[in-house]
Design a protein around this ligand. Structure first.
Ligand SMILES: [Zn+2]
Length: 307
């Protein structure tokens, strides 16, 4: 597994979202929080990619971050992701009892400490084992799930035993963590918006190997400066409308309608006519309200509109 593929699988974590009836729909934070706690333990030599103990240290790390990011009635339950991460294709947990090893099928209890363990699998174990790559994964998890929250633990630069710092830096450069992150963000947004432009509704998706899609994933608050890859900071747009938003002549507003710069003159050309006609039209939103664009991003975009 490459670093880019690892980032992609973390961006696609199946976290589950809270039901609308409970108010403030959002993704559940538990799986990404557990992974951040596991990375901490690995940094401190308390866990390896092959053996992550269900322990008090893990529960403490989870709890410390949980308090920073909890929303509404989220519960401090590290035992749930410890079990359910097994559905994401890169995590296996087991229980050791009476000299036997059995797959973990239930949720581990406090009394199971010392007998319950997990390991990374599916190729992710090779990526998380490298401290510098783990640092990139930590940043990616933060940008994707907890932008703006300082959940990133400062870790000193440490090369693994067999390689020098320069060799590791070269690897990261080759793999391109930025490329991996950006591709993962695009996939997440296209999936959520079902490959449809949120302005005009255009959807072109060719059924070939790499799923050629004509649609882009645009950031509301730009990556540079905000480092926010949360899906609520993204919107799917066709090339034309992405261009228009980047040029600040088209923006989605907090009223969830499109706003068009006064610079656009609908009488001048068909292209401008088409843009002008978007004014007041609804933003085509994803089905799941947990992924609707966030207010701060919409306010920022409308504020940037060229008058
Ligand atoms: Zn469009």
């Amino acid at each position: 597994m490459t670093l880019a593929e690892a980032i992609s699988s973390l961006y696609a974590l199946r976290t589950g979202t809270t039901p609308v009836e409970e108010g403030a729909p959002h993704e559940r934070p538990h799986k990404p929080l557990l992974l951040l706690a596991v990375f901490d333990l690995m940094d401190d030599g308390l866990a390896t990619a092959e053996r992550v103990p269900w322990s008090q240290a893990l529960r403490n790390r989870f709890a410390a971050r949980f308090l920073q990011v909890r929303k509404h009635n989220d519960q401090n339950t590290p035992e749930n992701p410890f079990r359910y991460l097994q559905n994401d294709g890169f995590w296996e947990a087991w229980i050791e009892e009476d000299g036997r090893t059995l797959p973990l099928q239930g949720t581990p209890l406090v009394g199971h400490m010392g007998t319950v363990f997990a390991r990374f699998c599916g190729g992710l174990e090779e990526v998380v084992a490298v401290p510098e790559w783990r640092a990139v994964l930590r940043e990616s998890l933060t940008a994707r799930f907890f932008p703006g929250v300082n959940v990133v633990k400062e870790i000193p630069w440490r090369a693994s035993a067999e390689e020098t710092a320069e060799e590791t830096a070269e690897k990261v450069a080759e793999e391109g963590p930025e490329f991996g992150r950006s591709a993962a963000f695009r996939r997440t947004i296209l999936d959520i918006y079902d490959h449809q432009c949120a302005a005009c509704g255009l959807r072109i998706r060719l059924p070939v190997a790499n799923q050629v899609s004509f649609i882009d994933a645009a950031h509301l608050l730009p990556w540079t400066g905000f480092r926010n890859d949360h899906p609520t900071n993204g919107v799917a747009l066709c090339k034309n409308h992405h261009w228009a938003m980047d040029r600040e002549i088209l923006a989605p507003g907090p009223d969830l309608r499109w706003h068009v710069s006064a610079l656009v003159d609908g009488r001048r050309s068909n292209g401008e006519k088409e843009l002008a006609e978007l004014a007041g039209k609804s933003v085509l939103l994803p089905k799941d309200p947990a992924f609707h664009p966030h207010e701060a991003g919409l306010v920022w975009r409308v504020g940037r509109l060229v008058a």
